[in-house]
Ligand binder design. Structure first.
Ligand code: MG
Length: 210
């Protein structure tokens, strides 16, 4: 783990791939749909994702994570990459039934262990144009997305968020998940890979067994 252990915030983007919005029965939003995950949800590679009792379906969501390296406030899309320290795989674990039930997603997205993040690769070592994300459950591929499929680009998102809230070094931006989300069960192993950069692997355990 080479990330800030407790960033000031984790900013997430919903419905940022057309095919994923469609699979959930949603339209693509006209502006980025933002929500926050609490830093207390963070875990690193190898730590278990704990399924809370009595919450119904819990899904993986593989995402390209952007780690902020410099304080960013009111920045332009053109300058945005200068504020990025690196890229890391993120799993935006989601209690899907609670997300449907609640009008906002703090509970569904905010349980302890619901934000696994892998090692960050410094941005200078990243081929930005070929970024993508692949998710596997028990070795079987479930999601595959590429950066050109994003509804709102990474520089646009950084600029947009920075006009709402100041981004601090270590803050994490999760850029949305491609189609193919699905449920996790106790005993599963879920992998989120950023091809060419690295893979985040976490076991899944029912909380009562942990
Ligand atoms: Mg997500």
């Amino acid at each position: 783990m080479n990330l800030h252990p407790r960033p000031s915030k984790i900013v997430c983007v919903g419905r940022n791939y057309v095919a994923h919005a469609a699979e959930m029965g949603n339209e693509v939003p006209a502006e980025p749909l933002l929500f926050l995950k609490p830093p207390s949800a963070l875990i690193t590679a190898g730590e278990p994702i704990l399924l809370p009792p009595d919450v119904g379906r819990v899904d993986y969501e593989g995402e390209i994570g952007v780690v902020i390296g410099r304080r960013a406030s009111q920045i332009s899309e053109f300058d945005a990459w200068e504020f990025v320290e690196g890229i890391a795989p993120v799993n935006d674990v989601t209690a899907r039934d609670l997300q449907r039930k609640d009008n906002q997603w703090s509970r569904a997205k905010g349980f302890d262990t619901f934000c696994p993040v892998g090692d960050m690769v410094p941005i200078l070592d990243v081929d930005i144009d070929s970024l993508g994300v692949v998710s596997r459950v028990n070795g079987e591929e479930r999601q595959r997305g590429t950066i050109d499929q994003l509804v709102f680009s990474i520089p646009f998102l950084i600029s947009h968020v920075s006009k709402i809230m100041t981004l601090e070094p270590g803050d994490l931006l999760a850029t949305g998940t491609p189609e193919g989300v699905g449920p996790l069960s106790s005993g599963d192993v879920v992998e989120i890979e950023i091809p060419g950069l690295g893979t985040l692997t976490n076991p899944v355990v029912a909380r009562s067994e942990a």
